[in-house]
Write a protein that binds this ligand. Structure first.
Ligand code: NAD
Length: 371
C-alpha cells in the first residue's frame, strides 16, 4: 500500500502519527511510506531519520494515497487525495466533517472508537495518549505551583509536602496519581466507579470519601452521567478535600457528554492562596466551573489551567505509543496488501465511513440529529 504520514495541520499539535520505528515496520511488511516534510520535527523525529527508516520525504503535491495516517482531527481537505484515513477524527463532536469525508469517498477509521477490549488493547490510542496527558497534567501543576511537591528537611528548615487531589481515576487520573506520588506529593484520589476506587487504593493513595456507585458504571466500564442527588452529595464530600489541597487535578469524563462539574466556584474560593487546578477534562467542557478551555484563569489567588495539548506536550513518547497503536491496528486490518474491514470484526465499530456512506450508527444518528 502507499501510506502517507501527514504533517499535522492543527496549530500546537506536536505529535506525529508514525515515527521512524513505525516506518521500518511498515516498510518491512512491503508497504511504501511517504512523509510530509518536517512531519515529525516537533516530536523530535527529523526527516533524515524517516529516510533512513525507508520513507520517502515528499517534495511536491502528495500522491493519491491508499492510506493517510494522522493524529487529527482532520478535515476532508486536510486528508487530501486518499482512499482511507486513520486518525482521531472526533466523529461525535464534528459529524458534519465526517459527512464531508464520506462524500470524498474516503474510508475513515476513528481511533477514538477503537473498542476498549482485550483484543484491541495494543491499538487503544485513547489509553496511550491519556497516559501521557495524566503525567503532563502533574508537570503543569508542579511548575505553576509556587511551592515544591516533596517534603524536604534542610538546614534552612523543613518544607512540608504539597497536597495533591486527583478527581477521576481512569487512565489519565491513575497516571496523574502515580506521577504526583513520584514527585513526592501527598496524594489522594476520587472516582465515582467502585472499580476505580480499588485502583486508587492499590496505588497506596487515600480515597477521598464521596459517593461511589455501581449505578454510575455502564456495561462498557465507562462512567455514565450521575443524578442530581449524587452530584450534590459528591460536591459536599469533595468540598473539604479541595479546600485542603495545594493542587487539584481533574480528569473525569463521560464519553459523548459534557464533562461533569466536580469543582465549583465556591470550592475554588476555599482553596489556599497559590493553589492550582489543572483541568485535564477541559476539552469536553472541564470539571471545574471556572475552567476556560485552552486558557489560564486566575481567580483570587488560585490559578485554573485548562490545557488542551497535554498529550502533545510529551510529543516524542506520545507519538511513539500512537505509532505502535497504529501498527497493531494495521496488522489487524491489512490483508494481502489491502485494508479489509469485516463488519463482524469488533474493530469494525471504529470504521465511520465507507463507500461514500457513514457506516457507524452513533455517528449517523449525530448527523441526522443535527448535533
Ligand atoms: P474517561 O476518560 O472516560 O473518564 C475518566 C474517569 O472519570 C473515569 O474513571 C470515570 O469513572 C470518571 N468519572 C466520570 N464521571 C465522574 C464523576 N461524576 N465523578 C467522578 N468521577 C467520574 O475514562 P478512561 O480513562 O477512558 O477509562 C474508562 C474505562 O475504560 C475504565 O473503566 C477503564 O478501566 C476502562 N479501560 C479499559 C481498557 C481495556 O480493557 N483495554 C483500557 C483502558 C480503559
Amino acid at each position: 500500500m502507499l501510506i502517507r504520514v501527514l504533517s499535522e495541520p492543527r496549530p500546537g499539535e506536536r505529535r506525529v502519527a508514525l515515527t521512524p520505528r513505525g516506518v521500518s515496520s511498515l516498510v518491512e511488511r512491503g508497504h511504501r511510506v511517504v512523509l510530509d516534510p518536517g512531519a515529525g520535527v516537533e516530536a523530535g523525529f527529523l526527516d533524515g531519520a524517516y529516510a533512513a527508516a525507508g520513507a520517502e520525504v515528499l517534495g511536491g503535491d502528495p500522491p493519491r494515497a491508499d492510506l493517510v495516517l494522522g493524529v487529527g482531527p482532520l478535515t476532508a481537505h486536510e486528508i487530501g487525495p486518499a482512499a482511507a484515513v486513520v486518525a482521531f477524527l472526533d466523529p461525535l463532536g464534528d459529524p458534519e466533517e465526517i459527512r464531508r469525508i464520506a462524500g470524498a469517498g474516503i474510508t475513515a477509521i476513528a481511533m477514538e472508537l477503537i473498542p476498549r477490549t482485550t483484543l484491541a488493547q495494543s491499538m487503544d490510542a485513547l489509553s496511550s495518549q491519556a497516559t501521557v496527558a495524566g503525567y503532563e497534567a502533574v508537570l503543569v501543576a508542579a511548575s505553576a505551583l509556587p511551592r515544591l511537591f516533596p517534603m524536604m528537611m534542610t538546614a534552612a528548615g523543613t518544607i512540608r509536602p504539597s497536597r495533591v487531589l486527583v478527581l477521576g481515576a481512569g487512565v489519565a487520573g491513575l497516571q496523574a496519581i502515580a506521577t504526583a506520588k513520584r514527585l513526592g506529593g501527598v496524594v489522594s484520589g476520587y472516582d465515582i466507579r467502585p472499580a476505580a476506587r480499588e485502583q486508587i487504593e492499590s496505588l497506596g493513595v487515600k480515597f477521598v470519601g464521596g459517593p461511589v456507585t455501581l449505578d454510575a458504571e455502564e456495561a462498557d466500564g465507562y462512567a455514565g452521567e450521575v443524578d442530581p442527588a449524587t452530584r450534590q452529595a459528591q460536591q459536599e464530600a469533595l468540598a473539604a478535600a479541595v479546600a485542603e489541597s495545594d493542587v487539584v487535578i481533574t480528569t473525569a469524563q463521560v464519553p459523548g457528554r459534557r464533562a461533569p462539574v466536580l469543582v465549583t466556584k465556591e470550592m475554588v474560593e476555599s482553596m489556599r492562596p497559590g493553589a492550582v487546578v489543572v483541568d485535564a477534562a477541559a476539552s469536553t467542557g472541564g470539571n471545574c466551573e471556572l475552567t476556560r478551555p485552552g486558557e489560564i484563569v486566575i481567580h483570587g489567588a488560585v490559578t485554573i489551567h485548562g490545557p488542551l495539548d497535554l498529550a502533545s506536550r510529551g510529543a516524542g513518547d506520545a507519538s511513539e505509543m500512537y505509532s505502535r497503536n497504529i501498527i497493531s491496528l494495521l496488522d489487524h486490518l491489512i490483508e494481502d496488501g489491502e485494508l479489509r474491514i469485516d463488519p463482524e470484526d469488533e474493530i469494525a465499530s471504529a470504521c465511520v465511513t465507507r463507500g461514500g456512506e457513514i457506516v457507524n450508527q452513533r455517528v449517523r444518528d449525530a448527523v441526522e440529529g443535527g448535533i
